[in-house]
Design a protein around this ligand. Structure first.
Ligand code: ZN
Length: 286
């Protein structure tokens, strides 16, 4: 991938270094972790463990590390791709122009302005209430060292693309209703938005491919990350056997399949997106 001096820039606020006090040890902290850990497929128990272990707060997280610049360029690229796709597809649920999300870089913990205060350990997430993507860049160290993912540039871009996917989903009104919870079971209904977000990340990458010079190696890195964060892999890391009933965000096979499908087709039509919320198909069969 080559970002060069890409002129497309998203709206990124760098809040790193400004500490937000966080009470850990049950109560609100635990609830917030459980709620938010879901957004990127990290098992809340893993997140809780990381928090309790006190790890993760890498000192020296500087504002001069170029991460703001990087995020602005990736977010800017998603802005321009989704602007184009919203125009082209004229979605029933969203007639107007695409409204880009904002992104906030943070360290330690952050006030998500509507989804509670979140510690870094929950990983990147999107808050629909504030329409913002939140990310602590030190997550990528954990991703590589603890979860077996990749911190390669494009892998990080994919993670941003996935969170922006949740924003697109929010704008288009895709939500897990009680009907889906009945159909899939409480735990598995969440697979639908996660796989759709992976697919949307793939669609973004398809349309950004030429401009950002995305190559095979980049895609391999993203696939490695998609695989690393599948629920069954995280469970294996926890020393447990994986069992389908407890999958909440899709298996690694499902995540790979849909990121790749989005990347190969670039199809953001309503029909392509509706598939993830097709009531005739159970989430585990997607
Ligand atoms: Zn997600």
């Amino acid at each position: 991938m080559e970002l060069g001096n890409s002129e497309e820039r998203g709206d990124v606020e760098d809040r790193r270094g400004s500490k937000k006090p966080l009470a850990i040890g049950g109560g609100i902290g635990a609830i917030v972790i459980a709620l938010i850990a879901g957004y990127f497929g990290i098992d809340p128990k893993v997140a809780q463990q990381v928090v309790n272990g006190g790890g993760g707060n890498t000192p020296g997280t500087g504002k001069a590390d170029g991460y703001k610049d990087f995020s602005e360029k990736i977010l800017g690229s998603t802005d321009s791709v989704w602007k184009e796709q919203f125009k082209k597809n004229a979605y029933k649920n969203h007639r107007g122009a695409y409204e880009p999300p904002k992104m906030v870089l943070f360290s330690d913990s952050v006030d998500s302005e509507g989804c509670g205060v979140a510690p870094s350990a929950v990983g990147p997430f999107y808050c629909p209430a504030s329409r913002k993507v939140f990310l602590d860049p030190t997550f990528f160290e954990e991703l590589e060292t603890k979860l077996g993912g990749s911190k390669a540039e494009f892998s990080q871009a994919y993670v941003i693309g996935h969170e922006v996917g949740h924003h697109v989903q929010h704008l288009l009104g895709y939500v897990v209703t009680d009907e889906y919870r009945r159909l899939d079971g409480e735990k598995n209904a969440g697979i639908r938005p996660e796989l759709q977000a992976d697919y949307l990340a793939g669609v973004w990458a398809h349309h950004a491919r030429d401009k950002l010079k995305i190559n095979e190696g980049d895609i391999a890195a993203a696939l490695k990350t998609a695989k690393a964060i599948g629920d069954n892999r995280i469970q294996e890391k926890m020393g447990r056997k994986s069992w389908p009933e407890s999958f909440t965000h899709g298996t690694d096979t499902q995540r790979l399949k849909y990121f790749k499908q989005g990347f190969d087709t670039g199809d953001a039509s309503e029909a392509a997106l509706n598939r993830f919320f097709d009531k005739r198909v159970k989430s585990l069969d997607l």
